[in-house]
Design a protein around this ligand. Structure first.
Ligand code: JCE
Length: 246
């Protein structure tokens, strides 16, 4: 069971994503508990102001600290241990390793989503959240990163994927990219599927897929093959394949 909270000025960005496909099914099965908190509910002025101009001047707005502090206080009041995560382009990179960690986390994962120019720096000082980035590009806020992290993490919660092997076998779980997949029809617009897949020879299919995964990785992401997680067997097969290529 994965438990999380999303603290956001835009709860309507979160809800529809949670209501579809795997995330919906995980929630229906009781394997994912997500609570979405509207920052405006933690404001105290008539206009429910959650942002303000930056001290020192300059363009843009900054999320006010108090609504964020109050939202986290309210979550803390539930009494469960928390793991606070601030989504930010300055954060440590989100990886499959961290997705796996989040998926097995027993504490509630609290995603604090920034907006505009970001959050008041005292949120970092006061809450000391882990700062995590989903990649080296700037977004308009932390909602999509929070959803990306929840989506990647929930796959590691036992029972979420139909087949427990799926999480492991998918691309990036090891160091290799995936092999090509095909479904019916056997021929479409003159494009046929590889014959081996209809041979019924499971050993041949396994070999073919392994080889395709290696070739795919070599062609599209050769950098992945430099990584230590690549097994010696994979490296050896790769050198063989490489030497046979013209
Ligand atoms: C965010 C902004 C930097 C000025 C809150 C961006 C995460 N991997 C990521 N890319 N972008 C984000 C992210 C997360 C939260 C916020 N911004 C926009 N970022 C400098 C403005 C505001």
């Amino acid at each position: 069971m994965m438990k999380c909270d999303v603290v956001t000025l835009f709860p309507e960005m979160i809800h529809p994503v949670l209501a579809q496909s795997m995330l919906k099914r995980a929630r229906d099965k009781g394997l994912l508990d997500v609570r979405v908190h509207d920052l405006r509910d933690f404001t105290e002025d008539k206009h429910r102001t959650a942002d303000d101009h930056p001290y020192g001047g300059g363009a843009g707005m900054v999320l006010k600290p108090e609504p964020i502090f109050r939202a986290v206080d309210a979550i803390r009041a539930g009494g469960e241990p928390l793991r606070l995560i601030l989504t930010s382009p300055q954060g440590r990179p989100f990886t499959q390793q961290l997705a796996f960690e989040f998926g097995g986390e027993t504490r509630r994962l609290v995603f604090i989503c920034g907006r505009y120019e970001g959050v008041d720096e005292r949120v970092r000082e006061g809450l000391d959240p882990e700062e995590v980035s989903i990649g080296d590009y700037v977004l308009t806020g932390g909602e999509l990163p929070a959803l990306v992290m929840i989506d990647a993490a929930v796959r590691w919660v036992p029972g979420v994927l139909g087949d427990p092997e799926s999480a492991k076998e998918d691309s990036f779980a090891g160091t290799l990219l995936d092999y090509p997949h095909y479904t019916r029809p056997a021929t479409v617009r003159g494009l046929a599927i590889p014959e081996v897949l209809t041979s019924g020879n499971h050993e041949a299919i396994r070999d073919w897929r392994r080889k395709q995964a290696l070739l795919n990785t070599l062609k599209k992401r050769p950098d992945l093959l430099e990584k230590p997680g690549c097994t010696d067997e994979e490296r050896k097969r790769l050198e063989e394949l490489n030497s046979k290529r013209k």
